[in-house]
Design a protein around this ligand. Sequence first.
Ligand code: FAD
Length: 408
Amino acid sequence: MTDHVQAAVIGGGIVGCSVLDALARRGWTEVLLLEKRELTSGSTWHAAGNTTFFGHYASITRLYVDSVAAYLRAEQETGQPVGFHPAGSLRLATSERELAAYRSLKPMYQAMGVPYHVIDPDAVKQVHPLLETGNLLGAAHTPTDGHVDSSGATHALAQAARKRGAEIRRQCPVQAIARDGERWRLETPKGDVTADHVVLACSFWARELAAPLGLNLPIYPLQHHEVITDSVPELEALDFEVPTVRDPWAPSNTRQEGHGFLCGVYESEPEFWATDGIPPDFAEELLPPDTERLEPHLLKVMERMPAFGHAGIKTVNNGPIGYAPDGCPLLGPVESHPGLWLATAFPVGIGTGGGSGGFLADWMVDGKAPYDLPIVHPSRFSNDLSRDACLAMIAETYRQGYSMPTDR
Ligand SMILES: Cc1cc2nc3c(=O)[nH]c(=O)nc-3n(C[C@H](O)[C@H](O)[C@H](O)COP(=O)(O)OP(=O)(O)OC[C@H]3O[C@@H](n4cnc5c(N)ncnc54)[C@H](O)[C@@H]3O)c2cc1C
């Protein structure tokens, strides 16, 4: 049996569920999400859930801000908790250049109505008493962001979409997509589906799915480590949750997890994974951790946060993240293939996924982007970018961590 829908979304991570929810909210109820395994099966289930309002690129701040709003709205609509901890974030500065860049962003946050302060090292110490502030000149403080439960947020979006009439088919891999007259045809083991619009929200799997259409999507999986510690007495002694720290000097983000720390590390020599193709049986898996590689980075985190150095390490997770060369998502239409849309290559999909669903749905429904955001447009990369060029650019983007490149 062939079903026909207005839009078929491929991939049930946080991004696909967000697109589905946003389309349903815009009144497209003939929408279907196809997930090859279970919701959150890809990178989403093991993400740390950080949802800062100060990400890698200032120009996509609105996607970050709209994401937390989308998760909280879905929680309210469905009763599914998203586990939002509004502990705030600090983005540290050890140079005048960083501090000046942070100050220059203030009007943007004011215009968005988002609390944002550039504070001195004494104030940093008050907000986060466990930080060594010796080499700090200050920090940007976004006191109302924080972190969510990534799976909880995904399920809340999925439930909100279902309540508006959207359908989700789990254990239903899309094996091929092809143009069929005015429509798209999606092959699945449970029968074909036709759709006016197709959204590829399947992270690094999108590359292989799109290849038979003549598309060379510049997205490859990179390994990313996070370290979770045991409880530490210094955190147990506080009567508040410390904010997440993003530190360009020790490229990492570190937040409180219970009474321990959760630290995501940006390595200087990142490793890729499965660049020749994703193993067909890869599912809900982590990659073997490499603590030796992490050691020099963790030593710097310990210098910044001595309590981190006293903590026993409970878990080290290494998971793949789909990256585009500039570390921004591919979000928008594939202009050479009418009706085909990308919502993929999200390195911080929890931070930006909620807002990106709304951004893409508005574009699909209204026929134009809700606001100008060329930094995410899929057409910014040429279709003949070589694999080696892509990998070199991704590695460079990743190793920059939280530095403030002039063009961001
Ligand atoms: C250790 C670690 C920590 C992280 N921490 C954070 C964090 O704190 N904050 C943050 O913002 N991000 C974080 N991330 C990144 C985050 O996990 C990703 O950006 C996000 O999960 C991407 O979501 P997605 O929906 O695009 O992709 P995925 O979650 O990978 O979902 C893609 C889905 O598509 C499905 N699929 C694939 N092919 C097909 C097909 N042919 N048919 C049907 N379905 C298909 C897959 O099964 C999968 O469920 C972290 C990542 C790692 C590895």
